[in-house]
Design a protein around this ligand. Structure first.
Ligand code: SAH
Length: 333
């Protein structure tokens, strides 16, 4: 459905609770029509916190002094084994831009995961790479790729990133991923420094136009040791409204209730589902590395953010009338 920019502005700024309730109810109706009352689980494996980039918001940017780690192939396969037993049928391998993970290394891991777990989807989220690299990873069996666009406004993009990173290249990566047949995820932080209603309108217009299979959004949370460490965190309420608007603009999208929302609010995940979200991505990384993938402060990796709590997640979802199938949860075309 189309919403005009003035309707969007009204929904994002209104203090009328009835209007917000109607927005959320409409988003759920649209989601239920496409996907039913189902929430898909993905197991998130944080494979490395080494990063050559210096994004101003990110707690594992190059210039932050922190303990760095990377997982071995065996550790990653162990995570998948545990996840498979817990009912996960999608593994998301995310990390900083770590040169150790060359195409050969990642292809080998992807091939092995796809061979050992043929009923599972593999999602990669390893930042920007060249088209040839994306092509090789796709041939090795990767099904999906998450690369948040971060902001659809070029000036805002250069405020959030160092000069050596470019908006044009990030967008080119998204188009390449799409051309190569990946299910593609974009997304942005809510309340990042210098974000305005106008930049949000551009994010929503970009999503309506690009029609990605997935969209990840969550509040910006300041990260220690970064240039933005004293900035204010983004708003949970605004994130919830944006989730609902994205669902209405793009009914088929797979829309996660992200960890940053869970970190900011104890009921963050439930509130997101009640606004049209339909994916949760609990943490499947080894226990001893979870705290090190500190892209923002106090990032949750326990309780319902932990993959071991799959049973708890199912219960919490059942309590709000949602079922959690043991299913890859592919995009419904
Ligand atoms: N290197 C990969 C993965 C980055 S981490 C990539 O570039 O795609 C995944 C996402 O976490 C980022 O895309 C960003 O939107 C989000 N993120 C990073 N720092 C954050 C912060 N301080 N608060 C909230 N979200 C953050």
């Amino acid at each position: 459905m189309n919403l005009s920019s003035s309707e969007i502005e009204r929904l994002l700024t209104t203090s009328d609770p009835t209007l917000v309730d109607e927005l959320k109810a409409e988003a759920c109706r649209v989601r239920d029509e496409v996907y039913g009352r189902r929430v898909f689980m993905r197991g998130l494996i944080e494979i490395s916190n080494h990063c050559k980039n210096n994004c101003l918001y990110c707690g594992i940017r190059r210039d932050v002094h922190c303990t760095r780690y990377r997982l071995s192939k065996e550790q990653i396969l162990d995570c998948c084994r545990q996840g498979h037993e817990l009912g996960f049928r999608t593994f998301v391998m995310q990390g900083g831009e770590d040169g150790w993970f060359t195409d050969d290394v990642v292809c080998d891991i992807v091939r092995t995961v796809k061979r050992d777990f043929p009923d599972c989807a593999v999602t990669l989220s390893l930042g920007e790479r060249g088209r040839e690299s994306f092509a090789r990873l796709r041939e090795a069996g990767a099904d999906r790729y998450l690369l948040r666009h971060e902001t659809a406004d070029e000036a805002h993009y250069s405020y959030l990133h160092p000069a050596e990173m470019s908006f044009a290249h990030r967008m080119q990566c998204l188009r390449d991923l799409r051309d190569l047949g990946y299910q593609v995820g974009c997304g942005f932080m809510v309340g990042s420094p210098h974000q305005t209603l106008d930049t949000l309108q551009k994010d929503l217009a970009f999503i309506s136009d690009f029609r990605p299979e997935m969209v990840g959004i969550g509040p910006f949370i300041p990260a220690a040791g970064t240039p933005f460490e004293h900035e204010r965190a983004g708003s949970v309420e605004l994130t919830i409204r944006l989730l609902a608007i994205i669902r209405i603009l793009h009914p088929h999208v797979l829309l996660p209730a992200t960890s940053s929302l869970g970190t900011m609010h104890p009921q963050g995940r439930e509130r997101a589902i009640a606004a049209g979200a339909n994916v949760v991505m609990p943490n499947l990384s080894p226990q001893d590395t979870r705290a090190l993938y500190s892209i923002y402060n106090n990032k949750l990796a326990t309780g319902s953010e932990a993959a071991e709590s799959a049973a708890d997640i199912r219960l919490r979802m059942a309590a709000i009338g949602m079922e959690v199938p043991t299913d890859r949860g592919d995009f419904a075309s």
